[in-house]
Write a protein that binds this ligand. Structure first.
Ligand code: SME
Length: 166
């Protein structure tokens, strides 16, 4: 049995240190990308308060052409949009630019895709391997401005850890 729990009262930096340690322990010896993404989605849900969706979109060929798009991966939350073109919505912006998207108000973000009407703010961090985006980590919250720079830094560290593990 795995029992990874955040310490009560941990500040953001400590919370992300613990989350990273748990993610490292769970993925270090496992070559299966789906298993690793599934466990990390569960850890994000377990460690981070005030989320309504946490998970992955992977870069994969689109159905009709070899051009890549984002395809839904392991997550915790309500069923979500399956395919997102590069450049569309918050996830597509992260994939197209290779840059973290910290969105305080999703309703003010051009092209935001509302998978769950409860979402008010969102953090999307690209996962890079050899300089190319291979996936994004997507966090949604029902609270406006839920995510701060400390969250972006913590999830970017997680994305770096997962670069060769998913
Ligand atoms: N809101 C995202 C879509 C994915 S869901 O939030 C799970 C976006 O605009 O890209």
């Amino acid at each position: 049995m795995y029992d990874f729990k955040p310490d009560a009262g941990a500040d953001a930096a400590e919370l992300y240190r613990e989350l990273l340690g748990a993610a490292d322990a769970l993925t270090a010896d496992e070559p299966d990308a789906v298993a690793n993404m599934a466990n990390v989605a569960a850890l994000l849900w377990e460690f981070l308060p005030d989320l309504n969706w946490a998970g992955f979109y992977r870069v994969a060929p689109s159905k009709l052409s070899p051009a890549p798009e984002l395809v839904l991966g392991p997550f915790v939350g309500r069923p979500a949009c399956i395919r997102i073109p590069f450049g569309t919505g918050v996830c597509g912006a992260a994939a197209a630019s290779g840059a973290t998207q910290l969105v305080e108000d999703v309703h003010a973000f051009p092209g935001h895709i509302a998978c769950d009407a409860a979402s008010q703010s969102e953090l999307v961090v690209p996962v890079l391997r050899n300089g190319a985006v291979i996936a994004v980590i997507d966090l949604d919250s029902p609270s406006p401005a839920r995510f701060a720079e400390a969250d972006a830094a913590g999830i970017e560290a997680l994305a770096a850890l997962l670069s060769t593990r998913i």
